[in-house]
Design a protein around this ligand. Structure first.
Ligand code: VGL
Ligand code: ZN
Length: 181
């Protein structure tokens, strides 16, 4: 419906098994994410895909004292999307500055402005990783005043306990936990 957006978070090769920073079972949700993309597109929603898009010397990388192995470096195969996106999808690149981490698709991007410009009031979120970029994006969606739904059958976390904690936190923050399955 008009007024709706589907936000697909970081469905990139490096976050899949075999990638630089794999989310266990991350590839299992690819078909469901693709199905949501088609369904939402069919009903006239705006399709947004965020991508982790780091410079090669990003602050979150181990060689700079950060927590993560080097991943999703701009322009590399590891940063490519693994889901089918329509040509008119809105691509949001985040964490593009060497010295700034950004887990949320709203952080340091124009996502909130674009959604408002397009009359979006309700957002549906899926993707990886639940307790990092999905969590941060959903919290910011609520903060920015969007009615926010998490598509719980199309998300995947790195650590099950952290994922569980994040889901509780999101629910108390006002995120609607939704599952079609
Ligand atoms: C992410 C760790 C580092 C994510 C991004 O997309 O959840 N996690 N960079
Ligand atoms: Zn990252």
């Amino acid at each position: 419906m008009p007024g709706e957006a589907l936000i697909v978070v970081d469905m990139q090769r490096d976050f899949m098994p075999g990638g630089a920073l794999p989310v266990p079972g991350g590839d299992k949700i690819i078909p469901r994410v693709n199905r949501y993309i088609e369904e939402f597109r069919g009903r006239g929603a705006l399709i947004v895909a965020t991508r982790d898009w780091h410079p090669p010397d990003h602050i979150s990388f181990k060689e700079r004292g950060g927590p993560w192995p080097r991943h999703c470096v701009q322009g590399t195969a590891g940063a490519e999307f693994v889901v089918k996106l329509p040509k008119d999808a809105l691509i949001i690149s985040k964490a593009t500055e060497p010295d700034k981490e950004a887990y949320s698709g709203f952080e340091g991007t124009n996502l909130a402005e674009v959604l408002r410009e397009k009359g979006v009031e309700r957002v549906y979120i899926c993707g990886v990783a639940t307790e990092y970029c999905v969590r941060a994006t959903a919290l910011d969606a609520v903060k920015n005043g969007f009615e926010t739904y998490l598509l719980c059958d199309a998300i995947k976390g790195i650590n099950p306990q952290d994922e569980e904690r994040a889901l509780k936190e999101l629910r108390s923050a006002g995120v609607n936990l939704f599952s079609a399955l």
